[in-house]
Design a protein around this ligand. Structure first.
Ligand code: ADP
Ligand code: MG
Length: 636
């Protein structure tokens, strides 16, 4: 049991200084008087603030959910503090929370059995929660009934009731867990979808690369065939060139003998000049001899004429008569003269005859000379002829030699061609298709893609396992999972509490039952929260009830829920707040509530009830009046 002793307020909201005893106060009426307002005599006086001061002190939160600094009294603007003292498990604890405090700033202080802990707000908060065994939500749901909650409950739909119900029982945590699990599941499903798509894409890419490789291989095959064809063509060309070289080499072998012949013949050709000279000389000799021969002819013809003349002269003289004038010298011819003439003529004839003989002799030797000169000339001509023939041969041989040189050149050319063919052959043999690199690249790409696929498949498997896990938890946190499990286990307690409260509040006229499943027309069971109302044995829907009945039913439900939540708290608390919860009830309803509270009061130390209802005033053990004046609330 946690026993709260008192509450001290300093500069908290509308209060500047106030205290409220909490222990063993029985049924306490908190009433208000707002002297600042003409319209309302109670509203805004600070009644609710008293209850909220406790939650703020213990958890730093108010039910109305105002900002941290808003709790500081707006006249003082500082030094806000709320203190409470309580005992739990024979430990005495004192908690003080400050806001904008001149000395303690925003500190939270706790003292247990006289020992103060200064460990930071978070640690101190944990210590408080642990001591009380209760957090803000649970406290509010179990110990603090606000009119707001009741109004909200009464006006809400079944679905909204369910969510209030979930909130009070802490089941909304399961719902938010289910949301987390669902969003994780959706992410996981999306991820799986993405992975499947990406695996499909990757596989398509692998297929594409495979097709590329196949087309490269066809191209490569063509390339290799072409290369082999070209190589064998080069080899054929090499053979042809070799054959050509061999044939030409055979021809070029004649070169040596041609060279020898040439040498020999050139010597002969070299003699041509000499031979020409001697031929010229021979011709000259012969021409000279011809001239001589002509001179001999001329001499012969002269001698013949002279002989004829001398004969004629002789004849004339022989026929001449003496005494007549000499035909040669005009003197008268005498026999002696005649004789003398005859003799002279005959002498001349004789002389001439000698001359002729000499001439003939000369002619004979000239003829001999001519013969030998002719012979010389013939010989010289023959030699020259020979030399000329040699020259012709030399020319022919030169031509041949030139031809052989050309052949040799040709052989060199062919040898070079052979070399270049060899080089071409080597280069060709080394030639590789440029596709090989592309093929390798495609293979590398496929390897990479396959490893990506493998990784993606691993990830897919992992995601799939995770998906099952999330599916499990989505179901687990869902209505049919943990929730229905919890509801099923608490439903009997809840219903018995509801039954207990409904019996007291309606005098047994109405009974309230919680249902978590409803039966559809089809007979199928559906997870659905509902409150069933039974009026004297016959079931009636909530909506069909009267407004007063509804309010009582709502109160039953809330009280049952509160009782249930309170049973979750390990230590029972000695306080309970009802803030304007009963004001909606009619007179009978209110009286029944007070009956109930009196009955409950036995087990609770103090029950604080905020109400405007004057009818109930006489039922309370104590009355606390909150008066507000000049913006400041006071407890009297
Ligand atoms: N920081 C603050 N300083 C002074 N007055 C405040 C501060 N915060 C709220 N109030 C006033 O205190 C009153 C709160 O009273 P409340 O306890 O809600 O009234 P009720 O008696 O109707 O329950 C309101 O009039 C509100 O304006
Ligand atoms: Mg109020």
């Amino acid at each position: 049991m946690v026993d709260f002793y008192y509450l001290f307020l300093t500069n908290f909201m509308s209060f500047k200084k106030a205290s409220l005893p909490l222990s063993d106060q029985g049924l306490v009426l908190i009433e208000g008087l707002n002297l600042d307002s003409d319209a309302s005599d109670s509203n805004g006086s600070g009644k609710s603030t008293l209850a909220e001061a406790l939650t703020w002190c213990l958890w730093g939160k108010t039910v109305r959910g105002i900002g941290a600094d808003e709790v500081v009294n707006d006249q003082t603007k500082k030094d806000c503090a709320v203190q409470t003292q309580f005992s739990v498990d024979s430990q005495e604890a004192k908690v003080t929370r400050f806001r904008k405090h001149s000395q303690f700033g925003n500190e939270l202080k706790i003292e247990v059995d006289g020992q103060e802990f200064s460990e930071g707000i978070q640690e101190t908060q944990k210590r408080i929660d642990k001591l009380l065994g209760c957090d803000f939500e649970t406290f509010v749901n179990a110990k603090y009934f606000s009119q707001g909650l009741l109004k909200r409950f009464t006006q809400s739909t079944d679905k909204e009731k369910k969510s209030i119900f979930d909130g009070i029982l802490g089941l909304e945590k399961l719902e938010s867990c289910r949301h987390v699990a669902r969003s994780l599941l959706q992410n996981s499903m999306q991820e799986i979808d993405n992975l499947q798509h990406s695996i499909e894409d990757l596989n398509l890419k692998i297929e594409d690369e495979g097709e590329r490789i196949a087309s490269f291989e066809i191209e490569e095959e063509k390339f290799e065939q072409k290369k082999q064809r070209e190589l064998s063509q080069i080899k054929e060309d090499q053979k042809d060139v070799c054959r050509n070289i061999q044939e030409l080499q055979k021809e070029s072998k004649l070169k040596d003998s041609i060279e020898a012949d040439l040498k020999r013949l050139k010597k002969q050709v070299g003699e041509v000049k000499e031979l020409e000279k001697s031929l010229d000389a021979a011709k000259h000799v012969r021409e000279e001899l011809f001239k001589k021969e002509a001179a001999f002819g001329f001499g012969e013809r002269g001698y013949k004429k002279e002989s004829e003349n001398l004969q004629n002269k002789l004849i004339k003289i022989e026929n001449q008569e003496i005494g007549v004038p000499c035909p040669f010298c005009e003197r008268t011819l005498t026999a002696s003269h005649l004789e003398k003439l005859k003799k002279e003529i005959q002498k001349d004839i004789e002389k001439l005859g000698k001359k002729v003989i000499d001439l003939k002799k000369g002619k004979v030797s000239l003829n001999q000379e001519l013969d030998s000169a002719n012979e010389e000339e013939d010989k010289a001509e023959e030699e020259l002829e020979k030399a000329h023939r040699a020259e012709e041969k030399v020319n022919a041989l030169k031509k041949e030699s030139k031809a052989i040189e050309r052949i040799e050149e040709k052989i060199e050319e062919l040898k070079e061609k052979l070399l270049s063919l060899e080089e071409r052959k080597k280069a060709k043999a080394k030639e590789t298709s440029s596709l090989a690199e592309l093929k390798q690249e495609a293979k590398r790409k496929i390897k990479k893609l396959k490893s990506l696929v493998k990784n993606s498949e691993k990830e897919l498997k992992r995601q799939d396992d995770e998906k099952k896990y999330f599916e499990f938890w989505e179901f687990g946190f869902g209505n049919q999972g943990l929730k229905s499990f919890i509801l099923d286990s608490i439903l009997p307690t809840l219903n018995s509490k509801a039954d207990y409260y409904s019996r007291i509040l309606t005098g047994g006229e109405l009974s309230v039952t919680f249902k978590t499943q409803s039966i559809l027309k089809s007979g199928e069971e559906r997870e659905r929260f509902s409150i069933a109302i039974n009026q004297r044995g016959s079931e009636r829907s909530y909506n069909a009830s009267s407004a007063g009945e509804k309010r009582r039913v709502d109160l039953c439900v809330l009280l049952a829920l509160q009782g249930l939540v309170a049973s979750f708290v390990p230590h029972d608390l000695n306080i309970l707040f009802f803030d304007e919860v009963f004001d909606a009830l009619d007179k009978t309803g209110s009286e029944k509530v007070v009956d109930l509270l009196i009955e409950e009061g036995g087990s609770k130390g103090s029950i604080f009830v905020v109400t405007h209802s004057e009818d109930l005033r006489n039922y309370f053990d104590n009355v606390v009046t909150v008066v507000k004046e000049g913006g400041v609330s006071k407890v009297s």
